[in-house]
Design a protein around this ligand. Structure first.
Ligand code: GUN
Length: 296
C-alpha cells in the first residue's frame, strides 16, 4: 500500500481561514476582537522564532496580538505580576507563556497562575483535570491538531486501536485522553514498554511523540494504519541539515494507509489550533456559542 499523505500545511491554512471567518463575524455582530497575549522570557532562538510566527498569524486572522518580551533574569514575582495583569485584562482572551522558561522560574507555578479560562495552551492543572474527566476544557494545541486531522481523515474514530508513543504532559497524555474521548482503545507506550514493535503493529492509529529521529521503522506499522508523526528533529545527513520526524517516513509510507510528513504535517496545525483556542476562549468568556469544528 502507498499511503495517502495528510497535508497538515493545507489543513492548517483551512483551519486558520475558518478562524478568520468567525473572528470577522464576532467583530461585526458582537463588537469583540479576540486577543492573544504571548509572554517570552529570555532570548532562546527557537522560542523567538515561534513567538514571531504566532504573533504574525494572530494578526493575519484578525485578532489582536500582545507580545511581552521579558529579560532572561526577570524575577518570578515580576512574571506573576504580569500574568495577574493579563488575567484581569478584558481585551486579553488567551495567554501563552512560551516554554521552556529560564531555570530560576518555577514552570508549574507560572502555568498554574494563568486564569484557566485564558489558558490557550491547556497546560493549567484545572484544564488537565477537566480533559481527563471528559469535561469542557482548553485542550493542548498539538494533540488538538492531531485529533482534527484524524477526524477529518476517518470521520468516526470509534472502536479503533490507537497507540500513542510518548507520555509527555504536552502531547502524549492529552492525546491519549482525546482519543479515548473519541472511543478509541488507547495504549500509551514509552521508553520502558516491553516489545514496542508488537504494540505498534496492533494499532490502527499510531501517534509518535517521543522526539527521537526516525525511531519507528516502517515494518512496525500495520498495513493500512494511519500514522501521525509529531516529532520535529533536526539531523545532519549527507552533510546537510534536515528535519525528520519520529517515524521513518519512507518505509512507513509503504505500509500506512495515511501518514503526516515532517515538515508539513502536525507542525503547522499547532499554531492554527492556538488561534482556534483563542477564539474559543473569547466566545466562552462572552457567553457565546463555541466555534463549530474547532474544539475537541
Ligand atoms: N514551547 C514549545 N512548544 C510550546 C507550546 O506549545 N506552548 C508553549 N507555551 N511553549 C512551547
Amino acid at each position: 500500500m502507498v499511503a495517502q499523505v495528510i497535508d497538515g500545511k493545507a489543513f492548517a491554512a483551512k483551519v486558520r481561514a475558518q478562524v478568520a471567518d468567525q473572528v470577522a463575524k464576532l467583530k461585526e455582530e458582537n463588537g469583540i476582537t479576540p486577543g492573544l497575549a504571548v509572554v517570552l522570557v529570555g532570548e532562546d532562538p527557537a522560542s523567538q522564532v515561534y513567538v514571531r510566527s504566532k504573533g504574525k498569524m494572530t494578526v493575519e486572522v484578525g485578532m489582536n496580538s500582545y507580545e511581552h518580551k521579558l529579560d532572561v533574569d526577570t524575577s518570578e514575582e515580576d512574571l506573576l505580576a504580569l500574568i495577574d495583569k493579563l488575567n484581569n485584562d478584558p481585551a486579553v482572551h488567551g495567554i501563552l507563556v512560551q516554554l521552556p522558561l529560564p531555570k530560576h522560574l518555577n514552570e508549574d507555578l507560572v502555568i498554574n497562575s494563568i486564569d484557566p479560562a485564558k489558558d490557550v495552551d491547556g497546560f493549567h492543572i484545572s484544564n488537565v483535570g477537566l480533559l481527563g474527566t471528559g469535561q469542557k476544557s482548553m485542550v493542548p494545541c498539538t494533540p488538538l491538531g492531531c485529533l482534527m486531522m484524524l477526524r477529518d481523515h476517518h470521520g468516526s474514530l470509534s472502536g479503533m486501536d490507537a497507540v500513542v508513543i510518548g507520555r509527555s504532559n504536552i502531547v502524549g497524555k492529552p492525546m491519549a485522553q482525546l482519543l479515548l474521548g473519541d472511543s478509541c482503545t488507547v495504549t500509551i507506550a514509552h521508553s520502558r514498554t516491553k516489545d514496542l514493535p508488537d504494540v505498534v503493529r496492533r494499532a490502527d492509529i499510531v501517534v509518535a511523540a517521543v522526539g527521537r529521529p526516525e525511531m519507528v521503522p516502517g515494518d512496525w506499522i500495520k498495513e493500512g494504519a494511519t500514522v501521525i508523526d509529531v516529532g520535529i528533529n533536526r539531523i545532519e545527513r549527507d552533510g546537510k541539515n534536515k528535519l525528520v520526524g519520529d517515524v521513518d517516513y519512507a518505509s512507513a509510507a509503504e505500509r500506512a494507509g495515511a501518514i503526516t510528513p515532517v515538515p508539513g504535517g502536525v507542525g503547522p496545525m499547532t499554531i492554527a489550533c492556538l488561534l482556534a483556542n483563542t477564539l474559543t476562549a473569547a466566545c466562552r468568556s462572552n457567553g457565546l456559542p463555541e466555534p463549530e469544528g474547532l474544539t475537541a
